[in-house]
Design a protein around this ligand. Structure first.
Ligand code: GCU
Length: 615
């Protein structure tokens, strides 16, 4: 496992690569607003279960060896009939990028290991001093990236973006970009070896060639100044030799503009007075055009302004108490049966959430693609985002902690300008224990340091009372550090039958908003029986019908994200004829058909959404 060091916007990977120096990862904010060339499409691939293209027969990595010849990243071709080369990307099969390999090729459905991807591209720079980067929206789980046979770096973590500068390495034509993607699971990984979701491997999100001026805006943040609703605070970070440049910001619809000379580190800060600023909310998702420029570099974005806070047992949005009408979502398009990555996939999933009359979604259990939060901004849906510290992580391993910290800060750097995002979640269903709580506390501290304007929480667990089976206790010591008292509860499914739900009583240690991050039951879409037959739609609907009124009795109950919007693939669900490799707790089947419980929840949310007077 590599050691990881991080400083603002730049990630250094210190692999044991003697001969080929690695390059720093760079943060490239807002790539969708930049001049980009898409490298999406059909890439040549080599499936390499024994990592033959990465290690020599002494299991030494070729890219650390003085004789890298055998490494597939060289993209060699036989010079003539005598030449001994035992791979050839040009005649190899292809896979679509973006896309996981599991749902594209039946032979790769269960595959865990390495797959080599190669694409070729030409470079047409619009000015000789401009810089070039390759940007990956995500690659699960580990990606070694090479250009023209040279190593750019290694990225760990399957759900966050990364980019490398290629200005010095790129040729005008026929550049060979090779990526070794490996989705093996690791005990010390994040996530670790055991997850109730499919371990989709591959280049799962957009791959882009990004061109920038010599000095460009690598990241920026625009938000309400904490504690105000009429002052906009913004900052921008320049990347380039000429750091002390003027940075301009303008919000044309608000008739606001300012300019500032960046400091010696290329950092510029702004404060703009904005009386009568329209605030963003689900009812009125008002977004404002924001333009940032420095020299010839220009970025545009659409940003909403809102405040969110926990006060006593209430969640306040723009100072008003809210109830979060939510649903949990995995990043999967059930109709295609593969990782979701596109705007259309986001439309499908958030469209279904809207049909449920939701105004909140929990994007479980890892950072989803950027389209989700951007579309949620537009559609007026609040968002809970999470990093995959899931179940039993290697709590005492410093590299595991650094990996989790990196994923959290990458997520925050990417989505800090999204008004829809109101919760950073640092974990799901982790076992109470000192090392674990210390691990999670450091993530909470990091989130608060990087962004003190959002709620920080995790999906915690409930414990039973050995003396009273109907007594549920929430007193996880980690709850002391979170803004929400959020937990998963599965009464009526993993704990007893649905009738038990009616008898439950609760002891909750914390005077905080109570949020139910999961509840639910399995049902095969189309399977109908009496309400005591597990996996029937009737059983699932009964669990919903009993759980919602039960939760309403809990003081401070401020919302929920039932598990889950639609069925999703899981290697832990083999039951033939019922699950067949799907977790069937969805309210929508993997055929896109709604189950009875869908309307139970929708009806509850329709009632919740009614103005107080009409209830
Ligand atoms: C857990 C877990 C989910 C899982 C769900 C289930 O609570 O957080 O990832 O899929 O329960 O068992 O269906």
């Amino acid at each position: 496992m590599q050691t990881v060091k991080k400083c603002f916007g730049i990630l250094l990977v210190g692999a044991v690569l003697a001969s080929v120096p690695t390059r720093a990862e760079v943060v490239l904010a807002d790539v969708f607003a930049r001049q980009v060339t898409s490298l999406n499409g059909k890439w040549r691939v080599i499936v390499d279960p024994y990592d033959t293209g990465y290690y020599d027969y002494r299991h030494q990595p070729y890219d650390a060896s003085p004789y890298p010849g055998g490494g597939f990243f060289i993209d060699r071709h036989a010079k003539d009939k005598t030449d001994q080369v035992e791979y050839n990307f040009d005649t190899s099969p292809t896979l679509n990028v973006p896309g996981d390999w599991n749902s594209q090729d039946e032979k790769l459905f269960y595959y865990e290991g390495s797959v080599w991807y190669r694409t070729k591209f030409d470079v047409k720079k619009s000015a000789p001093d401009h810089r070039q980067f390759v940007y990956f929206g995500a690659a699960n789980y580990e990606a070694d990236v090479y250009l023209n046979g040279k190593k750019l770096g290694r990225h760990i973590g399957g759900f966050t973006a990364f980019a490398y500068e290629i200005t010095a390495l790129a040729k005008a034509t026929n550049n060979s970009l090779v990526v070794r993607v490996n989705n093996n699971r690791h005990v010390d990984g994040v996530p670790t070896v055991n997850t109730d979701w499919w371990n989709y491997g591959g280049l799962t999100r957009d791959v882009l060639l990004v061109e920038t001026p010599a000095t460009f805006i690598s990241n920026f943040r625009v938000r309400l100044k904490p504690g105000t609703t009429n002052t906009i605070e913004a900052n921008a970070q320049l990347d380039g030799a000429d750091k002390e440049k003027t940075v301009k910001i303008s919000l044309p619809t608000l008739k606001l503009a300012a300019e500032m000379k960046a400091d010696a580190n290329g950092f510029a800060q702004f404060e703009l007075s904005a009386p009568n600023l329209p605030l963003w909310s689900p009812e009125s998702p008002s977004l404002n055009d924001v333009e940032l420029s420095s020299g010839e570099d220009q970025l545009k974005d659409r940003i909403g302004f809102r405040t969110v806070a926990a006060s006593g047992q209430n969640i306040l949005l723009n100072g008003h108490k809210v109830f979060l009408r939510g649903i949990a979502i995995h990043e999967e398009n059930p109709l295609r049966g593969g990782r979701a990555w596109s705007e259309a996939d986001a439309q499908l999933l958030l469209g279904w959430a809207k049909e449920l009359n939701c105004d909140f979604v929990r994007l479980a259990h890892y950072p989803h693609n950027e389209h989700m939060a951007r579309l949620a901004d537009e559609m007026g849906i609040l968002v809970w985002e999470e990093i995959p510290v899931y179940w039993t992580i290697d709590w005492t391993n410093a590299d595991t902690l650094a990996n989790a910290q990196m994923q959290l800060s990458d997520l925050i750097a990417r989505d800090q300008n999204r008004a829809s995002v109101i919760v950073w979640s640092v974990a799901n269903e982790t076992p109470v224990g000192e090392a674990r709580t210390k691990f999670l506390k450091s993530l909470v501290d990091e989130a608060r340091t990087l962004d003190g304007t959002r709620l920080v929480s995790a999906a915690m667990e409930v414990r039973g009372d050995p003396n009273d089976a109907n007594h549920k206790i929430v007193d996880d010591p980690f709850g002391e550090f979170t803004d929400l008292c959020s937990f998963n509860e599965y009464a009526g499914w993993y704990d007893g039958l649905p009738e038990k739900i009616d008898r439950l009583h609760w002891s909750i240690k914390y005077n905080k908003p109570v949020f139910i991050s999961e509840f639910g039951a399995g049902a095969r879409q189309g399977f109908h029986a009496d309400a005591l037959t597990r996996f029937s739609e009737e059983y699932q609907a009964d669990v919903y019908r009993r759980t919602l009124p039960m939760l309403e009795k809990i003081p401070g109950f401020s919302g929920c994200t039932p598990w889950i919007l639609c069925d999703f693939r899981s290697p832990k669900r083999p039951l033939p004829g019922i699950q067949d490799g799907w977790n069937v707790k969805g309210l929508i089947g993997h055929n896109g058909e709604k189950k009875l419980a869908f309307d139970v929840l929708k009806h509850f949310y329709d009632e919740q959404a009614k103005p107080a007077a009409a209830k």
